[in-house]
Design a binder for this molecule. Sequence first.
Ligand SMILES: CSCCC(=O)C(=O)COP(=O)(O)O
Ligand SMILES: [Zn+2]
Length: 205
Amino acid sequence: MTLPLPQPAIEAIIGAGRRMDRRNWVPATAGNFSVRLPEGRVAVTRSGVHKGYLTPEAVMVVDLDGRPEDAALRPSAETLLHCGIYRRFAEAGAVLHGHSIANTVLSRRAGESLELAGYELLKAFPGLATHDASVALPVFDNDQDIARLQAAVEGRWAAMNVVPPGYLIRGHGVYVWARDMEAALARLEALEFMLECELLQGRIG
Ligand SMILES: CSCCC(=O)C(=O)COP(=O)(O)O
Ligand SMILES: [Zn+2]
């Protein structure tokens, strides 16, 4: 017997899409979102829909290996990246992926990581109580083979002492996670704010 998809998870995902669309972070059908459910289940957006106009039917359930409960439905093409986050970080309750202009442009110019330092909004990241700090966001080369991309992400995580709750994919977008959807949105907004600052600073020199 299949368990129901809880209404709060559906509402959190639809609300995230609307909020990110208002900021132009999910153009065309870009972006995907998920919420961890009990019993090893994950609510995730279906593939190929506009994330600013999600309906309850656009949210489905997969397991922690990305297998859909309803084989007739196609989950996000990037579901394995969401599942990788939930498998690795027990505290992760929601994952957001967006394609902003700032994260796309800056990730194309970055090396293996992008450092954000001296921003008050760094406090949106765990363990940073002051602006006098920095976060090195990992940057991964884009790859249409999502299982291979997830393997690269896991390889980098394994070599890090502290893993920041986010990363960039070059020329593609950002992934951010937190304990729940509200916290993930706050973290994403803080991160995108800092990325926009970096972009503007690059323009004015
Ligand atoms: C037109 S966006 C290309 C795919 C992508 O990067 C994305 O975020 C959306 O893919 P999904 O399968 O989740 O709709
Ligand atoms: Zn994407």
